[in-house]
Design a protein around this ligand. Structure first.
Ligand SMILES: Cc1cc2nc3c(=O)[nH]c(=O)nc-3n(C[C@H](O)[C@H](O)[C@H](O)COP(=O)(O)OP(=O)(O)OC[C@H]3O[C@@H](n4cnc5c(N)ncnc54)[C@H](O)[C@@H]3O)c2cc1C
Length: 486
């Protein structure tokens, strides 16, 4: 066996559910599940034609996820005369933007604690810009009549272990000291909202998170961009960028584009700017979705407010109801494969799927017997600071944003807006941010990268099992502002 293959197989397997009854129940629930993202199942708009021949434009956008389509809408709105083309290697929204949980958060910093540890001096500004960003997303959806089930339902972070209750108390104090309107709930108050015997308390943030159907958001923004004059091509991979004086030459699989400016929104995929690659690792995150809950099941778990939920462990689940009343449940296992494997076979992982279902049934025993209709995985663009960073190249003609680390549904609009500011050479409040001017630390090359990530993953699991106590390895990473998250 080659070393690469050996290391790939060594990736920490998901621990099997301990209780054999739950293990069996998980297998039964998953029998017949479709390995397709729920958001991408069903009718889709007709696929746009690939690029044919050559094109000369003011702005080329690479990537047809949320970053790309937000960039297209914002660019066309700001300068209607600017010619814009968006080039997508596959189908719009096929990657992370059509595979996520649909939590659209105001946070630009992957949470308050992460923001405070990295940008304490500008956190108030980042929080304000994040709230304005979420409001602007809602305004845009309303303005263009985008049917994407956007609801400002808020978020509950639930404690399922006593140490997490203490953590939520500290987080509530921190949030209030930054002017955020949060409530701390005890077990009974939490269970009155959503009923799980595992809940010991919760932090409720009623306004900082919306839930959305992310694929419909991408498609709606793409349609709006086209109405504003943007050209979108699918099945067109950009294979190289070359500096050609006052233009950038984009060589694609079916033609050439010459563009004055280029916005890169390629997320976890290998960046066309090679210097970006050491800063990102693709981390696989998995999701299961149930059949629609019956009225009796809904009554048994409550959840009338339809909030987005996550639990407060280091390895956390996120879960929500879909617009048609299913339960979407994801997270916990964040898997990195040696060499940053992005092949589509990684989108299924049966052990992780069974683990997710077992945790779902432990949380909601009222749902015993429920069946899973969809299961899938997607790659997250993890960077060492867990929040987006920007990279310019070719004398400012090219700008990319990536590194959202599992919280890009909302932040992608801000990411694209900053790219456009930088490409236009505009000096704005956004471009002056330290967050925008700095970058995370790079990951070391393989095999140290893989070994470091595995050690971190095992340490995080150990911390959750030891009342949150972080071992020497995690404390050392914390001191240097390094980490691994999803
Ligand atoms: C399972 C999962 C759950 C998540 N849950 C949440 C959540 O609940 N809330 C949240 O905020 N975030 C979540 N995220 C993260 C969120 O989905 C991403 O941060 C966001 O979608 C990033 O959008 P993007 O457009 O930058 O990237 P993507 O959606 O990945 O789009 C990048 C696109 O670039 C294209 N591309 C790449 N290279 C090229 C090339 N050379 N030429 C042409 N096209 C190219 C790809 O084909 C792809 O379509 C989750 C992610 C996953 C995987």
């Amino acid at each position: 066996m080659r070393p690469r293959e050996f290391l790939s197989r060594m990736t920490l397997p998901a621990p099997e559910p301990v209780d054999p009854h739950l293990e069996q129940a998980s297998r039964a629930a998953l029998a017949g599940a479709r390995g397709v993202p729920f958001w991408l199942d069903g009718d889709r708009p007709a696929r746009r034609d690939p690029l044919e021949g050559d094109l000369d434009v003011d702005l080329a956008i690479v990537g047809g996820g949320l970053t790309g389509v937000w960039g297209a809408v914002l660019a066309a709105e700001a300068a209607p005369a600017r010619s814009v083309v968006l080039l997508e290697a596959g189908d719009l929204a096929w990657a992370a933007s059509g595979r996520n949980g649909g939590f659209c958060s105001a946070s630009l910093t992957h949470g308050l604690g992460n923001g405070l540890s990295r940008w304490p001096g500008e956190l108030a500004t980042l929080n304000r810009l994040g709230r304005e960003n979420l409001d602007a997303i809602e305004d845009t959806i309303t303005r263009y009549g985008i049917d994407c089930a956007f609801t400002r339902s808020g978020e509950l972070t639930v404690a399922v272990a006593p140490w997490q209750v203490d953590g939520l108390r500290e987080l509530a104090a921190l949030a209030r000291s930054h002017g955020e309107d949060v409530d701390l709930l005890d077990a009974a108050q939490t269970r009155a909202l959503v009923d799980s015997p595992t809940y010991l308390g919760a932090l409720r943030d009623a306004s900082g998170t919306a839930l959305v159907d992310p694929a419909r958001l991408v498609r709606g923004l793409a349609a709006a961009a086209e109405r504003l004059g943007v050209r979108i091509v699918e099945r067109t991979r950009v294979v190289a960028l070359t500096d050609a004086g006052d233009r950038v030459r984009l060589a694609t699989t079916s033609g050439t584009v010459r563009a004055r400016r280029v916005l890169l929104g390629t997320n976890a995929f290998p960046s066309l700017l090679h210097r970006v690659r050491p800063y990102l690792v693709p981390v696989w995150d998995h999701v299961v979705v149930t059949e629609p809950l019956t009225p009796a099941q809904r009554t048994a778990i409550g959840w009338a407010g339809g909030e987005g939920l996550s639990d407060a462990g280091n390895q956390f689940h996120y879960y929500r109801l879909t617009p048609d009343g299913r339960l979407l449940w994801g997270g916990y296992d964040a898997l990195y494969y040696y060499g940053g494997d992005l092949s589509r076979r990684r989108a299924r992982n049966e052990a992780t799927e069974r683990l997710l279902v077992a945790h779902l049934l432990e949380t909601f025993p009222q749902l015993a017997g429920i069946r899973i209709s969809h299961t899938w995985g997607g790659a997250i663009d993890t960077c060492g600071r867990f929040a987006a960073f920007w990279q310019q190249a070719m004398d400012g003609k090219v700008c990319g944003v990536q590194g959202y680390t599992g919280l890009g549904v909302g932040a992608s609009r801000f990411g694209a807006q900053v790219c456009l500011d930088l490409l236009d050479g505009a000096h704005t409040e956004r471009t002056r941010l330290e967050m925008v001017r700095t970058k995370p630390l790079p990951f070391p090359p393989e095999p140290v990268r893989w070994l470091g990530i595995e050690l971190t993953r095992r340490s995080i699991a150990a911390a959750d099992a030891a009342a949150g106590r972080r071992n020497l390895w995690l404390r050392t990473l914390d001191r240097f502002g390094l980490g691994f998250d999803s």
